[in-house]
Design a protein around this ligand. Sequence first.
Ligand code: KG4
Ligand code: ZN
Length: 345
Amino acid sequence: MVVLGIESSCDETAAAVVGRDGEILSSVVRSQISDHAPFGGVIPELAARRHIEAVVPVTLEALKQAETPLERIDGIAATFAPGLVGALLVGLSFAKGLAWAAGKPFVGVHHLEGHLLSPFLDTTVPPPRFPFLGLIVSGGHTSLYKVSGYGRYELLGKTVDDAAGEALDKAGKLLGLPYPGGVAIDRMTREGGNRKAFDFPIGFPQRDNLNFSFSGLKTALVYTVKKMGVKQGEGAAIPEDVKRDLCASFQEAVVRALIRKAFFALDETGLKELVVTGGVAANHRLREGLVKESGKRGIRVVIPRLEYCTDNAAMIAYAGKIRLEQGQRDPFSLNAVSRLPLESL
Ligand code: KG4
Ligand code: ZN
C-alpha cells in the first residue's frame, strides 16, 4: 500500500508518503522551534494553532514531492497518542476528514511505535532484526522497549519524572542558553567543557531498576548554580568557561544514565541489537559512549539518520502501512489521547 502519514503530537507538523516497499517517497517537516524559543519551551496552545496553519500546506507538499496525487494513496495514517491533546487533534482530525472525503482507509498510530520502527526507514544501514532493544530518548520520552516484532512491544523501563531531552532543555534554560537546551549543551561541551569538573548524580544507579530519573540531577544543578551566587533567571551571567564545564558535566550524567540502563537491559534480556531514536540520539557524547560500549560487548547499535530520529511523519506512515496491510482500520470516532501505554494497543 502507498500510505500518507500525518504527525502533529508536539511541535513539528509533518506529512510523508511511504511507497509499496516501505520506501520514503516524501517526508516534509515544519518545525515550530522558533515560535516556542522565546518562551524557553513548547506552549501547547501555540503549538495547536501553528499546526492548524501548517497541516494543509505540509500535506500538499508531501503529496507533491512524492509525485503521488491523493487518488493514488491507498490509506491514511495519523498519530493519535501520546502527545499534547490540542496538537494531536489537529493532525488527527485533518487526517480523518481527508480519509472520509477521499474514501480511503484510515488508521491511528501510536507515536512511540513510529519511533521504534524508524530504523526501517533508513535504507543506508542494514535494518535491525527482531527482537531488539529500543531506546527512545527525546524531549517528551525516555523509554526502553523490547521489540519482538511489529506490534509486539514490552516496556522494560522509563523515566519516572523528566525525559532526558526535557532535563537538558531545563538545564539550558537555567544556564541562560538558547532553546532547545539539549542542542546548546552539546555544543558547549564540544567547545571544550570539562565533563569531570562537577560531580552530578545518576538517578536509580542500581542494576535491578531499568527506570530513569532526572529530577535529582536537575535539582543538583540548581543548587550548584545557587552556591555560585547566581540568582534565578540570571544564568546568562555565569562566566563562559564555568558554563561550559557545567554543561559538559550535566550532559555526562544524562548520557551515563542512558548508556548504563540500555546496557543493563541488554544484559538482562540477552538482546544483541540496540536501536536508539528520538532527538537526543543526536548527542555526540551519547553516540561516542554507545559506540565504545557496544564495541566492547559485541552489541550492534543502530541509530537512524537524524531526520528519522526526530519527529517526522515517515515513521507514522510506515507504522500505519504495516497496520493497514494487516487489515486494521480505525473508526472516525478515534480520539486523541495524551497518555497511552504502547503495550496497551
Ligand atoms: O525527538 P525530538 O525532536 O522531539 C520530541 O521531543 O519529541 O527531540 C527534541 C529533544 C529536545 O529536548 C532537544 O534538546 C534534544 O532532543 N536534542 C538534543 C540534541 N539535539 C536535540 N539533546 C542533546 N544533544 C543534542 N545534540
Ligand atoms: Zn517523538
